[in-house]
Write a protein that binds this ligand. Structure first.
Ligand SMILES: C[S@@+](CC[C@H](N)C(=O)[O-])C[C@H]1O[C@@H](n2cnc3c(N)ncnc32)[C@H](O)[C@@H]1O
Length: 367
């Protein structure tokens, strides 16, 4: 599906289905345009970042370029708009209703999140934890599973609660675009003395990538373009990865002499891998025009192993409309594809600001 507008349900004639989507607050200025591009009719705003919508073409969530603005999505199979705090025995009633409705479908796990995840009021986070505790008792098989143990392509029951009520549905983590209700969430960095916020970004990106690929083997060798001051480098090393990092500026002195690290102080445009060296993964977080960054990724992809991955931060100069970021996204994917790099996923991570994270793969058969 290209960037063309999908007609809203009332014009398309197709039956519209209810869906819950999470659209980061950063895109609030043009949220209506994002939803319109997906052919969605808004029903109600829920919590901080959730939108209850009706969709005539749910495939748009996977195929439309505008879906890059959505962090997470769920078919809304059960909606109970209410004020939970005012309903006596709400947790038990909600748990029994969910069991009656979804019990036969044997979800691989049941996870409950808050519609207002960053609210300082902890009431609904406790509420979510208590509801999950009761659901784990009611759904016998698989539900005590930790988030990390889920299979990306088996259906999970996701539930969200907040002062606007309770909303639930089943989807695989891959379809929903995250293992947690609402997407990904804070992934602890390994280093306590973190060098930059970017360390959290690569930690989250690696977690997210498990939706699409097995985890990286210990000792995988990364080529990192634009590494200074070294938050991502530090995080990769702490995860037992090897890193060849390139930057025009020096790394934080705390990284000096770290095992597994090779640092090249130079312009990425001049870098050539030493003879015989190939990399398992490439990471690009260079600032500057993304059109130039992707040229370097494409040039250096000949040093990537077949089946190797590229994690690419697409930095968007202006995040004011649907069309600007989408055009840049389309051009970047097109340029990568010409070099044989296939897009396997794209998302907006919790730690992304005016940027998206794209994941490319070099096909296993191309040398
Ligand atoms: C946003 S910072 C990277 C932050 C880093 N990922 C971290 O975890 O700390 C961007 C870096 O890209 C580097 N950079 C941009 N263009 C470059 C080029 N052509 N050659 C080398 N380094 C470049 C800049 O020097 C800068 O340090």
């Amino acid at each position: 599906m290209d960037g063309t507008m999908i007609p809203p349900p009332e014009e398309s004639g197709a039956a519209a289905v209810p869906w819950l989507v999470r659209l980061p607050g950063l895109f609030d200025g043009f949220a209506g345009d994002v939803l319109a591009s997906l052919g969605a009719a808004p029903v109600k705003r829920l919590g901080q970042e959730y939108h209850w919508i009706r969709l005539s073409h749910p495939a748009a969530l996977r195929e439309s370029e505008a879906s890059i603005f959505l962090r997470w999505n769920l078919p809304l199979e059960h909606a109970w708009p209410c004020q939970p705090a005012k309903i006596e025995g709400f947790i038990e009633k909600a748990a029994q209703t969910l069991k009656a409705k979804f019990g036969d479908r044997a979800p691989q796990g049941v996870f409950v999140g808050a519609l207002h995840p960053t609210s300082p009021d902890r009431y609904f986070r406790h509420f979510a934890a208590n509801l999950r505790g009761r659901l784990v008792q009611l759904f016998p098989e698989g539900t005590a599973k930790a988030v990390e143990d889920q299979e990306p392509d088996r259906a999970t029951l996701f539930v969200l609660v907040g002062k606007e009520g309770l909303y639930a549905g089943m989807a695989t983590p891959r379809e929903a675009n995250g293992f947690y209700p609402g997407g990904s969430r804070y992934i602890a960095q390994h280093e306590s003395d973190t060098i930059s916020r970017a360390g959290a970004k690569i930690a989250e990106a690696i977690h997210y990538l498990r939706l699409h690929r097995p985890p990286f083997a210990p000792g995988s060798h990364w080529l990192e373009l634009g590494a200074c001051p070294g938050g991502m480098t530090s995080e990769l090393l702490a995860r037992g990865q090897k890193v060849t990092a390139i930057d025009r500026a020096p790394l934080d002195p705390r990284l000096a002499g770290k095992a597994g690290l090779t640092f090249v102080l130079d312009d990425v445009a001049r870098f050539e891998a030493p003879p015989g060296v190939v990399y398992d993964a490439m990471l690009d977080d260079m600032n500057g025009p993304p059109e130039e960054s992707i040229v370097q990724v494409v040039r250096l992809s000949r040093f990537l192993k077949p089946g190797g991955v590229v994690v690419f931060t697409l930095k968007v100069p202006r995040m004011e409309s649907v069309s600007g970021p989408v055009t840049l996204l389309r051009e970047t994917i097109f340029n990568a594809r010409r070099a044989g790099l296939h897009l396997i996923a794209r998302t907006h991570l919790t730690y992304n600001r005016h940027e998206f994270t794209l994941f490319f793969e070099k096909p296993p058969t191309v040398s």
